[in-house]
Design a protein. Structure first.
Length: 166
């Protein structure tokens, strides 16, 4: 299964916005607002909320986590490959039953995190389960083989050890 699914939107490219960072950022944010502010994705029947704080330059924390990388909220660095895929998170979230998509739950900092992996594109969306609602947490490209192996191990372990619902 090496083909991209037909529901995956095209990339949003920097050069298509005149090579102007401010114009590009505005376009990225407009796509984000369309997918996460004006409408809400649904994962397995649950609507997603939004991690708004800390707001940086008038934009929600989740937005910055989807287009940049780094530990310190104030010093995150834009990642052009994440930026280009700003239209992907909602679609990946809403297509969890597609054969291209794998999902599982892992625990991070005493919180359930749902990983949704579009494996053939090496793209992962992470949702935080806040017991009653979900928050889109981040989205990123897998660019290291050890990360790919770790995700595959987590996926296999989750489905192998998951209690069956009767």
């Amino acid at each position: 299964m090496s083909e991209s699914p037909d529901w995956l939107p095209p990339l949003v490219l920097f050069n298509d916005h005149g090579g102007d960072w401010d114009r590009y950022l505005d376009a990225l944010y407009a796509w984000f607002k369309q997918d996460f502010v004006y409408t809400k994705p649904v994962f397995q029947g649950k609507r997603l909320g939004l991690k708004r704080h800390p707001m940086t330059h008038g934009k929600e924390a989740t937005f910055w986590h989807m287009i940049s990388e780094g530990i310190d909220e104030e010093e995150r660095i834009p990642d052009m490959r994440r930026c280009e895929r700003i239209r992907w998170p909602k679609q990946v979230i809403e297509h969890e039953t597609d054969p291209h998509v794998k999902w599982w739950v892992s625990v991070k900092r005493n919180e359930d995190r749902i990983h949704i992996w579009l494996e053939n594109e090496d793209y992962v969306v992470v949702l935080a389960d806040r017991r009653g609602f979900l928050l889109p947490w981040t989205a990123f490209l897998v660019n290291r083989e050890h990360t790919r192996r770790k995700l595959a191990r987590e996926y296999e372990a989750y489905w192998k050890n998951r209690p069956s619902k009767s």
